[in-house]
Write a protein that binds this ligand. Structure first.
Ligand code: AMP
Length: 225
């Protein structure tokens, strides 16, 4: 068992899940006039929902959720609280996943308070029902066992953070190890094989080194944090 359960989600799954989510919205008989993505995770699903639901208006609100990949989330704030007149409109607020639920609740409360739409509803591809404080109006997949869903649009960022976490928390990296041992430790922690990550693995390692979190000398990796 991996220490941190990670599931790599691919682009085809994102299209399939977004289409499934669009189907749920259609079935309900409710039609959005405006879609609001919760940036940045909600961008791709929101754009696909525009396509699948034939909606042309797409805006975004940026949540600054101090989330580190695969770690508990802290509090969310909205970074650019701009105002829009959404009176009389049905507004659908979209995120990738509802984990604690804080982000989507925050975005919904903000839009309702400041944009004064006709009606707001919320949607997410996934809802972690066992931990979330909030259930979106629409979701496609109910998740029960907490997992870090590694979405394809944030692969480099997440893999870099995964490596950086190893550098900070795994004692073996303090002494210095070869790349094969590093790959094995990565699998131990995350259950994901570096060979399945393709060029993302090499690029993430380079990024971790460039940021000074890891040093590499003669093929030996050592943490600097
Ligand atoms: P929340 O805890 O519901 O406020 O989630 C905040 C944001 O963090 C989500 O919109 C995702 O972009 C990201 N996130 C939180 N938990 C996960 C998870 N288990 N897998 C992937 N992304 C996550």
């Amino acid at each position: 068992m991996a220490r941190v359960p990670v599931k790599l989600v691919d682009w085809n799954e994102i299209v399939e899940w977004s289409r499934g989510l669009a189907g749920r919205i259609k079935e309900s008989g409710w039609t959005p006039d405006l879609i609001v993505a919760v940036s940045r995770g909600g961008f791709v699903p929101a754009r696909l929902l525009c396509d699948f639901l034939d909606v042309s208006d797409l805006l975004a609100v940026q949540s600054q959720h101090w989330v580190e990949a695969a770690r508990a989330a802290e509090r969310a704030i909205l970074k650019y609280p701009y105002r829009v007149d959404a009176s009389g409109k049905n507004v659908l607020i979209v995120d990738d996943i509802v984990d604690t639920g804080e982000t989507l609740m925050l975005a919904r409360d903000f839009v309702e308070r400041e944009w004064k739409p006709g009606q707001t509803r919320t949607a997410a591809l996934q809802w972690i029902s066992t931990v979330a404080k909030y259930k979106p109006d629409y979701y496609y997949i109910e998740v029960r066992d907490w997992t870090w869903f590694q979405y394809p649009w944030t692969r480099l960022e997440d893999i870099t953070q995964f490596i950086e976490r190893l550098a900070r928390e795994d004692e073996r990296l303090k002494h210095g190890i070869g790349v094969d041992a590093l790959r094995a430790i990565f699998v131990e922690w995350y259950g994901v094989r570096p060979e399945d990550l393709g060029w993302y693995w090499d690029e993430a390692l380079r990024r971790a080194v460039a940021r000074g979190v890891l040093v590499v000398e003669d093929g030996v990796y050592r943490s600097r944090v």
